[in-house]
Write a protein that binds this ligand. Structure first.
Ligand code: FAD
Length: 304
């Protein structure tokens, strides 16, 4: 309930504008967001990416945004992604570009999202860059998978995220393994109706391992995207990360010790870096998914 309340507050335009326009509150919240977000501009993200690449990490970059209901704003978001792709290409940075389909048109209409996605995939192909579609609330799953499947055979550089916590996801995984794109396996960040999901539990972790096993057995490119130390111990034990098409991916600012260890062991370790003026929303997501982050946020705010 806390998570849902927090996300509703974060998505409330008036509250968001109030904080972002307040000379007192803005720098305080920004200080807390800084742990998870590289900054507001593309340059902030590219600088962070360069810093991490110099330490031998792979990178994903997201320009933060979701649920854009205005076609002009979807166009502007798509243009930002296209500029990001060209700038990465010009700098020789081999980053994956991550995004929500609801940021580039899906909340307006399917065709707009499809058109923007194809344009981004074509631009990314020029530089051999990959795109990765994030997975949103279960109410959107069918629409996201439908758009992904329409582009996936033509654009092999487009991948998709799958949430282990949704009961439907086993069927979805079997289907997605028929397409070439990388599958990013996550537990799932959204609160969902109890009958649709499996809560955080050993059962969920075993199911996560089963999804990995299926991906590895199919020799499919997969990203193991989790910060769960216990789950990762099993992943290491099973030797899954030794497969050439398997990588570990973590959000920048979350359990950096774990990804560093994996990288130092010689495994493929990808850090997910974000940027954009919507950092407030991203901060709320991180607190909602792991409420103790509220204490970290408060201590970041008061630490001078
Ligand atoms: P959990 O069981 O939630 O947490 C295990 C432990 O990890 C916690 O006890 C804590 O120690 C640590 N931890 C977890 N989260 C945090 C945090 N925010 N801050 C500090 N410590 C933390 N979800 C989606 O629904 N759609 C997506 O498209 C999506 N993309 C993602 C991409 C990447 C690269 C990653 C890493 C995650 C993504 N997620 C996405 C989020 C994911 O679904 C989970 O909500 C998130 O990873 C937390 O789950 P967990 O597997 O880390 O394990």
């Amino acid at each position: 309930r806390f998570s849902n309340a927090l996300k509703s507050v974060a998505r409330n335009g008036e509250i968001k504008n109030y904080i972002q326009n307040s000379q007192e509150l803005y720098p305080l919240f920004m200080r807390a967001a800084k742990r998870f977000v590289s900054g507001e501009t593309r340059l902030d993200a590219i600088n962070k990416a360069k810093e991490l690449i110099a330490k031998d990490y792979l990178i994903s970059l997201e320009y933060i945004g979701e649920n854009t209901t205005n076609a002009d704003e979807c166009h502007a978001a798509k243009e930002e992604f296209i500029s990001l792709i060209h700038q990465l290409g010009a700098n020789g940075i081999k980053s994956t570009i991550s995004f929500d389909l609801s940021h580039i048109g899906m909340s307006v209409d399917r065709e707009l999202a499809l058109k923007n996605l194809k344009e981004m995939a074509q631009a990314a192909e020029l530089y051999h860059l990959n795109l990765m579609i994030s997975m949103e609330e279960s109410e959107k799953t069918d629409r996201i998978l439908d758009i992904y499947k329409e582009v996936a055979s033509t654009y092999k550089n487009v991948g998709i995220t799958l949430q282990v916590h949704l009961k439907r996801s086993l069927d979805d995984l079997n289907e997605l393994l028929k397409y070439p794109g990388k599958i990013r396996i996550v537990k799932g960040a959204y609160q969902e109706p109890a009958d649709l999901k499996i809560g955080r539990s050993e059962e969920l972790n075993n199911r996560y391992l089963e999804f990995i096993r299926m991906g590895v057995e199919a020799e499919h490119p997969i990203s193991i995207a989790t910060h769960d130390e216990k789950l990762l111990e099993k992943v290491f034990e099973q030797g899954y990360l030794k497969h050439s098409n398997v990588e570990l991916e973590m959000l920048d600012g979350v359990r950096s010790d774990l990804i560093k260890n994996a990288k130092n062991e010689g495994y493929k370790a990808r850090v997910y870096v974000t940027y954009g003026t919507e950092w407030y929303l991203y901060l709320a997501h991180r607190i909602a998914e792991y409420p103790p982050n509220i204490y970290t946020a408060v201590s970041d705010i008061i630490a001078f």
